[in-house]
Design a protein around this ligand. Structure first.
Ligand SMILES: Cc1cc2nc3c(=O)[nH]c(=O)nc-3n(C[C@H](O)[C@H](O)[C@H](O)COP(=O)(O)OP(=O)(O)OC[C@H]3O[C@@H](n4cnc5c(N)ncnc54)[C@H](O)[C@@H]3O)c2cc1C
Length: 480
């Protein structure tokens, strides 16, 4: 077993000791406090005890820790990174402002948000052209706002600080390797260090898309390559005035652009570009099975994306400040795990609650919603002192009450539809081609829309049967 550094080991012991007896909060700088009687020396087999252990201080984990700590539970929030958000990757367009407003009223006034998103663009790309649906709403520019561009290292750190302020104990550089079992139910966590067992009445696994904990506990199966995508992202520095001018933004207004079509060439996926205060976040997302079968590397696709004639002028002069990559669970309803068992619940990406459906890439808001629902279930279990599988199964009812499961069920056909070959490559090219014919002036007779559309479909060899089938599938996925 790999060991943590001395500092991290000391922090774990201090953390649990504090939870057990001392006031909550981050460990003060300076020498290690004298050991309390109730604390155990590192390396002994007996474990300390908390009401709730939360694995992972991403949005799901910090939201769960915040809610449970507010209710008076002893909460230990364990994060493997040096600080929350240190390695976390997202676009990130955060569409959970109203949800956060319930948790922390007018949260945007204190949180490190970049820009509120009042404009969304969906662009259909061919190699030379782009056709865009550009939506802008003055109502999205009013509190509580529809969404914000955020940078995860800052946002995650802030959200974890809110959990700490509510009384949770945050332990950084603490990798949880497994859960502890007792009498057939989960009864704690095993942190990667000697003597690193922490007993807990309830554990919430919020350890992200590749949740070893959900798999080890037998709640989640191994994924298929078509259920997972890889996202690569860059943050480009540009000065604030250039961003406003280039994207026609005023004040703190921001823009989210999502791209589909040949922007990822033949690979199933898409791309995004979001405006931050003085940076741009942009990236490419490719389905793992499709990247493998087409032998394409994601960073090559990112370079091509930046070089596309519709994108290059937007990113010109941007200096790369960060580069990151992360997987995304994309299959929605069809890859949801069992959500709980005795002593354990899974939330956020660990439960595959990432809503990816062409028009939408929303994981942070569902992570927060599921973190809240799991914390509420832990609180109810604490009051009843019942941590059985039956008690924690009510987590599912709470997810239903917050419409989380209904959203995933309603859009259960969308991920397969969105990743289909024709929707990915053929139709965006047909739309781009049709638009080009519509706007091109050559002195020929002007055609009406239907002949232009039929001609574009014929040029791209779309069979009427396929088209009909796709219209029905699209209706089933998005329409009714
Ligand atoms: C390229 C890309 C773009 C995206 N864009 C968007 C977007 O624009 N909008 C949106 O809403 N969503 C977006 N998503 C999805 C979003 O990032 C996730 O849905 C969201 O981060 C899930 O939050 P979470 O808290 O469940 O997991 P995570 O954010 O992954 O957090 C998990 C945490 O657990 C910690 N951890 C993991 N294992 C352990 C362990 N064993 N022990 C201790 N700690 C551990 C990690 O360090 C991390 O802090 C995007 C994802 C990617 C990859």
């Amino acid at each position: 077993m790999a060991l943590l550094s001395k500092e991290a080991s000391r922090a774990l012991v201090q953390g649990v000791n504090r939870l057990v007896g001392l006031p909550n909060g981050l460990p003060p700088p300076g020498p290690e406090p004298a050991p309390r009687r109730r604390s155990r020396a590192p390396g002994t087999r007996s474990a300390e005890h908390v009401d709730l252990a939360v694995i992972g201080a991403g949005p799901a984990g910090s939201a769960a820790a915040l809610v449970a700590a507010r209710a008076g539970l002893k909460v230990l929030l364990l994060e493997r990174g040096e600080y929350p958000g240190a390695k976390n990757v997202s676009g990130a367009a955060f569409y959970g402002s109203a949800i956060m407003d319930e948790l922390i009223p007018r949260w945007w006034e204190q949180a490190p948000v970049e820009r509120y998103l009042s404009r969304r663009v969906l662009a259909f790309m061919s190699p030379e052209t782009s056709v865009a649906l550009d939506f802008r709403s003055a109502r999205f520019a009013e509190p509580p706002y529809n969404g914000f561009a955020i940078l995860r290292p800052k946002f995650d750190r802030w959200l974890a600080e809110q959990a700490v302020a509510a009384g949770a104990f945050l332990l950084n550089a603490a990798v949880v390797d497994d859960v502890l079992w007792e009498d057939g139910r989960v009864a704690g966590v095993r942190v990667r260090r000697e003597g690193g067992d922490v007993r807990a009445d309830v554990v919430i696994a919020c350890d992200g898309a590749n949740s070893f904990i959900a798999k080890k506990a037998g709640l989640q199966r191994e994924f298929h390559a078509h259920e997972i995508s890889l996202g690569v992202k860059e943050v480009l520095a540009l000065d604030e005035a250039t961003i406003r001018e280039r994207f026609q933004l005023s004040g703190n207004e921001g823009l989210a652009i999502e791209y589909i079509g040949s922007i990822t060439e033949e690979v199933s996926g898409g791309a995004f570009l979001y405006t931050n205060r003085d940076t741009l976040s942009l990236g490419v997302i490719g389905q793992i099975s499709s990247l493998a079968s087409h032998k394409r590397r994601p960073y090559e696709l990112l370079e091509q994306f930046k070089a596309h004639p519709a994108v290059a002028p937007l990113v010109r002069g941007g200096a790369v400040r960060e580069y990151s990559a992360h997987i995304i669970p994309e299959a929605g309803w069809n890859m949801l795990p069992r959500l709980s068992t005795g002593g354990l619940m899974v939330a956020g990406d660990a439960a595959a609650l990432c809503f990816v459906a062409g028009l939408y890439l929303e994981g942070i808001n569902y992570a927060i919603l599921s973190g809240i629902a799991a914390a509420e279930s832990a609180i109810a279990a604490h009051h009843e002192q019942d941590f059985s599988a039956a008690s924690l199964a009510r987590y599912e009812e709470r997810l239903k009450a917050r419409h989380v499961l209904a959203d995933f069920r309603r859009y259960r056909h969308a991920p397969a539809m969105v990743n289909s070959e024709r929707l990915q490559n053929l139709y965006p090219a047909v739309i781009a081609d049709g638009a080009e014919q519509l706007f091109r002036v050559r002195g020929d007779p002007k055609q009406k829309l239907v002949p232009i559309a039929l001609e574009a479909l014929r040029r791209h060899k779309v069979s009427p049967i396929d088209l009909l089938q796709d219209v029905v599938n699209a209706g089933r996925s998005f329409g009714w």
